[in-house]
Structure formats: C-alpha cells, structure tokens
Write a protein that binds this ligand. Structure first.
Ligand SMILES: [Zn+2]
Length: 150
C-alpha cells in the first residue's frame, strides 16, 4: 500500500486513512483506520462542505468524518485492491442481510409489512419477536411490582 496526498483529490470511491488523533487509541492500527469514502460534500476538493461519509473496512461500520480528519489516500497494488474490493462487497452483503432480517430470530423480513426497528442498530424486528419483547417487559414490570419497586 502506498500513501498519497489528499490535496486536489476527490475522495469519493477512495480508501483513506483516518488520522490517529480523530480515533480512539485502540483503533490506531493502520488497518483499523482504513475507510472507504462513499460520499459527502467534503469528498470534493475545495468544497465548502467538510463532511465525508465513509465505511470503516475493518469494523464494517458507516461513519462520518470531516475532511481534515483524513490523513492520506491509500493506493493499492492489484492484489491488495482485490482484497479491498472483496471486503467492501462482503460488508455490503452483511448490510443488505441486516436490512432484511429480524435482528433477534434472523427471519427473512423482505415480504413483511409491519415491523418495528431496533433503535440501537436500526435493524428490523419481526412481529413475533416484538410481541415476545413486550411480554417480557410486562413480566418484568409485574415482577418489579411484586418486589415492591414501584
Ligand atoms: Zn424475529
């Protein structure tokens, strides 16, 4: 991998390194700072906007940075590029799966009409799991009442 300047470069579609100072110490390793830029006004050089949306290649998470958080652009040889492309494809696949499957029971939700969303992960939850969750909550409340907590 070669590190090149971000100057005058449109970052969209490029893999970059996020600066260490923008990231927690436990993620300072280079491979954990690699991000695939997917968009945002900050991708364009000389843009007034500074937001850069990027996919962290190690964690597989969507993140938002500012252009000044970007240390350099990563240039890969053919072999490395193949691996990077495969990783991006893999993450997209996982995201697609997560969008369509219940977070709890993994049921395929593609044809489900009504369902809830898990607030934390944004993943759908099927009706059955939602009902089970509510029943559990009710049971806990009842138990608390019995124990004299409320
Ligand atoms: Zn479910």
């Amino acid at each position: 991998m070669e590190k090149t300047t971000t100057r005058d470069v449109n970052l969209e579609g490029k893999v970059v390194l996020i600066k260490k100072e923008a990231i927690k110490p436990e993620f300072h390793e280079e491979k954990k700072r690699m991000a695939y830029c997917t968009g945002g006004f900050g991708c364009a050089p000389n843009s007034l906007g500074s937001k850069v949306f990027a996919l962290m290649l190690n964690a597989g998470e969507d993140t938002t940075w500012r252009r000044e958080h970007i240390e350099c652009v990563c240039e890969f040889n053919e072999e490395e590029q193949t691996m990077v492309d495969a990783r991006i494809k893999e993450i997209e696949g996982i995201k697609e799966y997560n969008r369509n499957h219940c977070k709890i029971c993994e049921k395929d939700m593609t044809d489900e009409k009504s369902y809830a969303f898990d607030a934390l992960s944004g993943r759908p939850i099927c009706k059955e799991c939602q009902d089970a969750r509510e029943a559990e909550l009710e049971a806990r409340k009842a138990a608390d009442k019995e124990a004299g907590w409320c």
